[in-house]
Ligand binder design. Structure first.
Ligand code: SAJ
Length: 420
């Protein structure tokens, strides 16, 4: 069997590698020549634990090739980005162009699977009409399905294999064919449904998380006002068998949770009031956190803040939509000097990025923990206080124990806890 995977980003590349590892001939396609060249040279353009080794293995086995154009195959998987436009509508341009690219290679009985997170109805109303420009009939000559990726960055390879999967065909035969393909490596349960339900399920999962995190962030503000520790309160509330409040923090980042709920708002703007409110709560958190940081250094002449963590979450090298970047921008707009560190992200837009934590905290007045990288949980705090002008520590992720910080000479503050 031969598969073509369109889009070699965080989802397409691991998927291509995984199929190749399981004996399928795979041709990975990306419109970015540099990405294709990097992969052909057995190097990665993204960071994901374990992926580099598996890429080399797959290429060496002869099962995996890369290029900028598709080739004839039995199945085509589309895993291209679906960003939001500035007006928060879904941008399906990459889905459209990837589909048009595969059209000249399609043959009767081929399977086409869309994996990209998409608004409900995309498979039937966007994908199918483009595929039918070939003269082949969707559901009759072509098997077509939507099967969302649901893997967590940082744990991609493990979740790709072990997570349950949804396959939503345009008809039962398409679902059966799609399940057969993914069964090659998926160990989780594969659930069959229709295409629009599968699209809806994917968006519901990420929206559930966004709304839950918005609740946690709102509760953090309330805790700050009434004088309790939100982290302890969440922990205790979650002892209830039917409660699962998520964690507050510096805001919601990444290319999924901060984006996907807008697709539901667009699908039904009048009805999606809770979803829209949750998005605006989470989008507002970085500014609140920046203001709290400013309050920590109030009264200090020409203060300097050391920010640890640019990635949108711990132990990954992805700073897309990262609240850290927004917090940095707010602080700079307030005229506060900032130095920045992240062991996994080197962002050329940021001029004041330091190589080590020690350099970052040098002469700083406040150390701010923004991303829960393991390295930061294990910081040698005692070695840092002598380097700083004032030893203030502001923790947005509840990563550091207050007593430990105080023993090292820090004055400790955190999100969701007031000193009342
Ligand atoms: N966050 C919080 N509080 C929490 C959990 C997360 O503030 O309790 C923040 C994180 O710090 C981060 C953001 O939310 O900034 C998103 O992180 P995440 O770990 O919740 O999610 P993603 O975006 O890395 O991956 C999500 C996952 N979806 C769900 O768990 C429902 C993943 O399974 C999806 O495959 C992925 O979106 C996707 O590609 O859609």
């Amino acid at each position: 069997m031969k598969l073509v995977v369109m889009g070699l980003g965080y989802i397409g590349l691991p998927t291509a590698v995984m199929f190749a590892k399981h004996g399928v001939k795979v041709h990975g396609v990306d419109i970015n020549e540099q990405v294709v060249e990097t992969l052909q040279n057995k190097a990665l353009h993204i960071e994901e634990p374990g992926l580099g080794e598996m890429l080399v293995e797959a290429i060496d086995s002869g099962n995996l090739t890369f290029g900028t154009t598709p080739v004839p195959a039995d199945g085509f998987i589309i895993a291209v980005p679906t960003p939001v436009n500035p007006d928060k509508s879904a941008n399906l341009n990459y889905v459209r162009s990837a589909t048009k690219m595969i059209n000249p290679f399609l043959q009767k009985d081929n399977l086409v699977v869309l994996e990209s997170t998409s608004p409900p109805g995309t498979t039937l109303k966007v994908l199918a009409p483009i595929l039918e420009e070939t003269g082949l009939k969707v559901g009759k000559d072509l098997h077509v399905a939507y099967s969302p990726e649901r893997v967590l960055p940082g744990k991609l390879l493990e979740e790709l294999v072990n997570n349950n999967r949804i396959v939503g065909g345009v008809n039962a035969e398409s679902s059966i064919m799609t399940e057969r393909i993914y069964k090659i490596f998926v160990k989780g349960i594969i659930h069959q449904t229709d295409a629009t339900t599968a699209e809806m399920v994917k968006l519901m999962e990420n929206t559930y998380r966004d709304v839950n995190i918005a609740l946690a962030n709102e509760l953090a503000r309330i805790a700050e006002n009434v004088g309790c520790d939100i982290w302890k309160a969440v922990e205790l509330a979650n002892c209830h068998p039917r409660v699962n409040v998520h964690s507050p923090g510096p805001g919601v980042g990444g290319h999924c949770i901060a984006v996907d709920p807008w697709f539901l708002v667009e699908a039904s703007p009048e009805d999606a009031t809770l979803i829209r409110t949750a998005r605006s709560i989470n989008d507002g958190v970085p500014e609140i956190v920046a203001t709290q940081i400013k309050e920590c250094i109030d009264g200090i002449d020409q203060p300097k803040v050391a920010l640890l963590g640019l990635a949108y979450k711990g132990n990954i090298g992805d700073a897309r939509e990262s609240p850290s970047i927004t917090i940095l921008q707010h602080l700079q707009e307030m005229g506060i000097r900032c130095s920045v560190h992240d062991p996994y992200v080197l962002d050329k837009r940021i001029t004041n990025q330091c190589e080590t934590v020690e350099q970052t905290v040098q002469d700083a007045d406040c150390l701010v923990l923004l991303t829960d990288h393991n390295e930061y949980k294990e910081l040698d705090l005692k070695a840092l206080t002598p380097l700083m002008r004032h030893a203030l520590l502001y923790d947005t992720k509840n990563m550091i124990d207050k007593e430990k910080a105080e023993r090292a000479g820090f004055e400790y503050e955190k999100v969701g806890k007031s000193q009342i």
